[in-house]
Write a protein that binds this ligand. Structure first.
Ligand SMILES: NC(=O)c1ccc[n+]([C@@H]2O[C@H](COP(=O)([O-])OP(=O)(O)OC[C@H]3O[C@@H](n4cnc5c(N)ncnc54)[C@H](O)[C@@H]3O)[C@@H](O)[C@H]2O)c1
Length: 253
């Protein structure tokens, strides 16, 4: 299931699930531009030693800002060539003392900030890579949604749950629109995955979630990255508009 030498953009790719996706694509020989707003995560990212893998460039950028997207894509094109793989992974899930903000107390600013990153970011990226992908007659877009899109968010706030469900609508609509150009658009809905985002809540919350997972463990970032690796491969060309539930069996559609 190789992915030929191609250029990918992975948002939020310096940490957590995004970092594992970056490493998965590099191992498959894909060149990767990481767009992440966390300067510390960028500084701490250590490229793999594998000489046969892809090359990586990390750019500090906020995916909710169109100007930042222009900068990221300029770096990608001038360094590696046209962008034919996009993974919209960056997201935020604001908490107060490890708990969701009650909807009745949520400010409009907090609501807008989550929509801007989790949903508008994916819209902007998907819009701006279309020219490269359609010119190549080949493209792969993967949107990292969440099990919260299926079940409602149990730990995160209403903004997070709403954006993750909206990403599934964005995925299916783009799958119709971009499919004729040779571009597939799919979503992954991870269950509970141990990352800095998931560590933002009390241990008891994660322990309770683990009890509900038939495979008996929380997920790892690599569990999600492996699904993305398949979806961006040549072999996945007939998978389009799909949502892949990767949650250890805690939700089965
Ligand atoms: N961890 C889980 O249990 C879980 C479950 C389901 C879905 N997800 C989804 O997986 C994805 C990754 O989650 P994670 O747990 O690795 O989160 P994380 O917080 O550990 O990492 C997110 C990364 O995105 C970056 N980021 C955030 N906002 C950004 C912005 N505006 N511009 C650029 N980069 C930005 C962060 O700097 C960070 O590197 C998210 O879409 C999340 O909703 C996570």
């Amino acid at each position: 299931m190789s992915t030929a030498r191609r250029c990918a953009v992975v948002t939020g790719g310096a940490r957590g699930i995004g970092e594992a996706i970056t490493r998965e694509l590099l191992a498959r020989g894909t060149d990767v531009v990481v767009a992440d707003w966390n300067a510390t995560a960028i500084d701490e990212f250590r490229p793999p030693a594998d000489q046969d893998g892809g090359r990586v460039t990390l750019v500090r950028a906020d995916v909710s800002q169109e100007a930042d997207w222009f900068r990221v894509l300029e770096v990608a094109r001038s360094t590696y060539g046209p962008v034919t793989v996009l993974v919209n992974n960056a997201a935020i899930s604001p908490k107060r003392d490890g708990r969701r903000t009650p909807t009745s107390e949520m400010s409009l600013d907090e609501w807008h900030s989550v929509l801007a990153v989790n949903l508008t970011g994916a819209f902007l990226g998907s819009k701006l890579v279309h020219a490269d992908m359609s010119a190549a007659g080949w493209g792969r877009i993967v949107n990292i949604s969440s099990q919260a899109a299926r079940t409602g968010a149990r730990v995160a706030g209403v903004h997070y749950g709403a954006t993750k469900a909206a990403l599934l609508g964005l995925t299916r609509t783009l799958a119709f629109e971009y499919g004729p150009d040779g571009i597939t658009v799919n979503a992954v809905t991870p269950g509970r995955i141990m990352t800095p985002m998931a560590a933002g809540v009390a241990d008891e919350v994660n322990q309770a979630m683990q009890r509900d997972i038939p495979v008996g463990r929380l997920g790892t970032p690599e569990d999600t990255a492996a699904v993305v690796g398949f979806l961006v491969s040549d072999q996945a060309g007939f998978v389009n508009g799909a949502t892949v539930d990767a949650n250890g069996g805690s939700w089965m559609g």
